[in-house]
Design a protein around this ligand. Sequence first.
Ligand SMILES: Nc1ncnc2c1ncn2[C@@H]1O[C@H](COP(=O)(O)OP(=O)(O)OP(=O)(O)O)[C@@H](O)[C@H]1O
Ligand SMILES: [Mg+2]
Length: 350
Amino acid sequence: MEDEAAIAVREAALRAAAEVPGPSDAGQPEAALDPQNQVSRETSASQTDLHEEGLSATPDNETRSIDSDRAARDARVTFRITRGGHNRFVVAVANQKGGVGKSTTAVNLGAYLALAGARVLVVDLDPQGNASTGLGLDHRNIEPSVYDVLMGETDGPSAIRQTAVRNLDVLPSTIDLAGAEVELVNAFSRETRLRQALGAVRYSYDVVFIDCPPSLGLLTVNALAVADELLIPIQCEYYALEGLGQLLRNVDLVRVNLNPELHIGGIVLTMYDGRTRLAEQVVQEVRKHFTDLVYRTVVPRSVRLSEAPGYGVPIALYDPLSRGGIAYRDLAFELADRTGLLAPTREGAS
Ligand SMILES: Nc1ncnc2c1ncn2[C@@H]1O[C@H](COP(=O)(O)OP(=O)(O)OP(=O)(O)O)[C@@H](O)[C@H]1O
Ligand SMILES: [Mg+2]
């Protein structure tokens, strides 16, 4: 017999699914659903040598470079990305709900794809600057930032920084960005500022992830206006699907008015807690209604994932063999596979 929570989750999923504009056109060759939740296994391994060798808890503003080949080996990233292919694309990571794992997803997918050989840019479009700090930048000391870029005070390439991971760059943000929504209200082409700013530089990367703020305001519209696809993290919690319909309606509006290329690339289930029946119900309902839009990899709740930003590094450097690390590696592989980024060897399917 169903309990109230199950019924409520089902109804919310139905309402949100009704907003999806037809089947995804992302071209997923392996979209068949696995009835099992693909939650990565916990391993007994603890932190890597890299961590033991001195990542400090206070990220400085220097670019610490690490041995990316070794990091890729330690993280068991055996798949490779075809570089410079025609499949370069821009992914907006968005959900107006706060704290669902947007920044964690943008940073960690970016890092794993970079370790697999892709050239990756993470655009931090959130005044909270979580993606910037998560990638080792000191948010008190960032100049120029994405704010200056949106306001036309500097060009995109001048604000882009390298991170410790080879081929992983970041266009950082600061709290100044909070003013941009207001300052741009009467500005010319305010919705396409980011698209203009990224201009040709986006073609120097195989993938660009845009970490959106938890709102559907002008910043998120700017992200959707330049994105090829939207990636929606959904937390495996009771209110997970609230607001999803509104997000999907906004996608329609942006597609019609600003960016005909935009499509929904996928839904990622995050913070799965296998001990709760509710998490399982959310997973089942979301899969039932959004079918092949939902990534098979489910990101578990993992304390390691929440610790890594404190060290200014992605999980791939902090604790790659933790459950969270393995999940983001698997998700990166799945995304690369879905979007045609995988090099032909297709090694390393995990
Ligand atoms: N799978 C996970 N397991 C445990 N903690 C997580 C996980 N994913 C994210 N977190 C933590 O949960 C918090 C929210 O995650 P995150 O910042 O990625 O969400 P967000 O959607 O970007 O939030 P916001 O809407 O504020 O931008 C952070 O402290 C993060 O470290
Ligand atoms: Mg965030």
